[in-house]
Unconditional design. Structure first.
Length: 351
């Protein structure tokens, strides 16, 4: 019998004509032009997309945060109407539950120092709820992950309301920008023009993504300048959207805000907030007795009470018995008979 040696799987040659190394067991061979080699993974569960968010108990540090967490402010529009500065990103998370985010650009920036070049990473993040709110954040950090996390927080702090309108008749929901508008940053200049329903966003992918986050479905765009600079292109689009609430149109002439600021309305609540929190902390510091231990303590108290009642009952019975004996003796030997007996005995001993 002739035994044949196992033949290694045929692997296509890499770029440059050099043959690739034979694939090992459980490893997928590299394709043409792919130098990574290992693509099969280790057989574990695949990780789903999205960055993991660590939810922590929010302790507000500003007056606005305290009003929001306690439920005194019902909507984010109250904050925008009174132009209150948002300094905690948890306020946005409290009001806007479905917030989409995307990393638009990550680049390395360098600074020349005496020791050499210091390299850091710059992240540009865009966020929006697709319902009239959009934000843009920029952050530089030593690590990419930290830059993305802090950039996301900055984007939430920079969220603005976006004014939307109609093209032609006011039928259905708002779908486009209310008028023509221009935004500029650096050498990049962009112009937003209203469009009819069904047109979509006609523009570059960068501006299209930001307009979709803002909830604008139809819009024409015209841009010029160095649009390859993605950060300036995003900032120019963001500035154009921000300017829509900077002017009044005839439909807003009759709208007047006569409400007082939430800071004035809830001043008493803010004044007593610290005292109430201290009281809550004191109550929380008191150790809570577990249910099992509490039940055992109650049972012990009940048994002690039963034992005391039994002892007191026995003592009462003994007292009653002694009193009854005394009464019997008194009945058999009344005091007059005792005196007569003593007198008779005295006379007998005299004789």
């Amino acid at each position: 019998m002739s035994t044949e040696a196992p033949v290694a799987p045929v692997v296509p040659a890499q770029e440059g004509g050099a043959p690739a190394a034979p694939a090992k067991d459980g490893e997928v061979p590299a394709k043409d032009g792919d130098r990574s080699g290992f693509k099969g993974g280790f057989g574990g569960p695949k990780r789903k997309g999205g960055r993991k968010r660590f939810e922590e108990d929010w302790v507000p540090c500003t007056k606005l945060g305290r009003l929001v967490k306690s439920g005194q402010i019902k909507s984010i529009e109250e904050i925008y109407i009174h132009s209150l500065p948002i300094k905690e990103h948890q306020i946005i998370d409290h009001f806007i539950k479905e917030l989409s985010d995307e990393v638009m650009k990550i680049m390395s920036v360098q600074k020349q120092t005496r020791a050499g070049q210091r390299t850091r990473f710059k992240a540009v993040i865009a966020v929006g709820d697709r319902k009239g709110h959009v934000g843009l954040g920029v952050k530089v950090a030593k690590e990419v992950q930290i830059a993305i996390q802090d950039g996301l927080k900055n984007a939430k702090l920079n969220i603005i309301p976006v004014r939307r309108g109609y093209w032609g008749n006011k039928i259905g929901d708002v779908h486009t920008v209310p008028s023509k508008m221009t935004g500029k940053c650096g050498s990049v200049k962009i112009r937003l023009i209203p469009a009819s329903k069904g047109v979509g966003v006609v523009g570059a992918p960068v501006s299209k993504k930001l307009l979709h986050f803002a909830g604008i479905e139809d819009c024409y765009t015209s841009s010029n300048g160095q649009t390859r600079t993605r950060e300036n292109f995003l900032k120019a689009t963001f500035n154009a959207l921000k300017r829509y609430y900077g002017f009044l149109t005839p439909d807003l002439w009759h709208v007047k805000n006569t409400d007082a600021s939430p800071m004035d309305v809830h001043s008493d609540f803010l004044k007593n907030y610290k005292d109430e929190q201290e009281k809550k902390e004191e109550v929380a510091e008191v150790p809570e007795v577990p249910e099992v231990a509490a039940e055992e303590a109650v049972e012990e108290e009940e048994t002690e009470e039963e034992a005391e009642t039994e002892v007191s009952a026995e003592e009462e019975e003994a007292e009653e018995a002694s009193t009854q004996d005394q009464l019997k003796e008194e009945n058999h030997n009344p005091p007059q008979l005792q005196l007569l007996l003593q007198q008779l005995l005295n006379r007998i001993f005299k004789f």
